[in-house]
Design a protein around this ligand. Structure first.
Ligand code: MF3
Ligand code: CO
Ligand code: CO
Length: 256
């Protein structure tokens, strides 16, 4: 399927879905503490999305994914499966990735937490990764090309001697969870598709402390760093407007 340009009615639904996804991350904040399991975080998020928001957790049963959120701890890059065996402990870093469907439209967003007291290096990795997302977002407007976004993210990560994961990328989003285009987090300026008003897509850089190579675990989902060093990720769903962009999954702590 080709890139879809959303109508004003669709954009309003994307705003609602984006807001709900952001709300889930804000709600989870107080629960991300040493001692909680990722399974408990999944249950809290599931109940909130289904009962309070009357929405649908998009990951649940998506291509066979068994849970409602992704919880990726330490060297897990993405798609970590919540488990009663995974107890968060002091110094862990965790990404929680939430996607909700409301009125047929998707909102997709993720953020990082440090559990308890940070270990050396983890705060910096998390901060630089968030800056990579924000530098990408700053470029989003009609006429910008996808390679420009990938380039600015790669430059910032590599300047700090981190690496950009190649095997997973951002994506168009709407009625379909993952639609065209693919949004790489590395690339060359003035290459790739040109952004147009009404496009909606995610930017979700995965940045590694060590090398960029990934390994898929035997569960068929969990993606880890091959060298077992830390990885961080932040994600927003964006709308291209006439003169810039709207961050559909903005949280109240953010000042776009
Ligand atoms: N939310 C992820 C993304 O940003 C996709 C998760 S798919 C799942 O694209 F099946 F693992 F949940
Ligand atoms: Co996504
Ligand atoms: Co996501």
């Amino acid at each position: 399927m080709q890139v879809t340009i959303k109508t004003p009615e669709e954009i309003e639904k994307m705003r609602v879905a984006g807001r709900l996804a952001a709300d889930v991350l804000e709600m989870l904040d107080e629960h991300v503490k040493p001692g909680i399991t990722t399974e408990e975080l999944d249950r809290i998020a599931h109940d909130y999305i289904v009962n309070t928001q009357q929405a649908v957790p998009a990951p649940l049963n998506y291509k066979g994914f068994p849970k409602s959120i992704c919880t990726s701890v330490n060297h897990v890059i993405c798609h970590g499966i919540p488990s009663e065996k995974k107890v968060l402990k002091d110094g862990d870093i965790i990404n929680i990735d939430v996607t909700v469907i409301k009125d047929s439209y998707h909102g997709d967003t993720s953020k990082m937490w440090i559990v308890g007291k940070p270990k050396p290096g983890s705060e910096r990795l998390i901060q630089i990764t968030q800056e990579c997302l924000y530098k990408g977002i700053e470029l989003v407007k009609p006429g910008t090309r996808l390679g420009d976004i990938g380039h600015v993210i790669q430059q910032h990560a590599e300047k700090h001697r981190y690496s950009v994961v190649r095997d997973y990328c951002g994506h168009g989003i709407g009625k379909v969870f993952h639609e065209e285009p693919q949004v790489m987090h590395y690339g060359k300026p003035d290459t790739g598709m040109e952004l147009k008003e009404g496009m909606t897509f995610t930017i979700e850089p995965m940045i590694n402390q060590g090398k960029y190579q990934t390994k898929l675990m035997a569960d068929g989902w969990t993606v880890v760093t091959k060298d077992h060093k830390l990885s961080a990720q932040w994600e927003h769903t964006l709308l291209v407007t006439a003169d810039g962009c709207e961050v559909l999954t903005r949280r109240s702590e953010e000042s776009f």
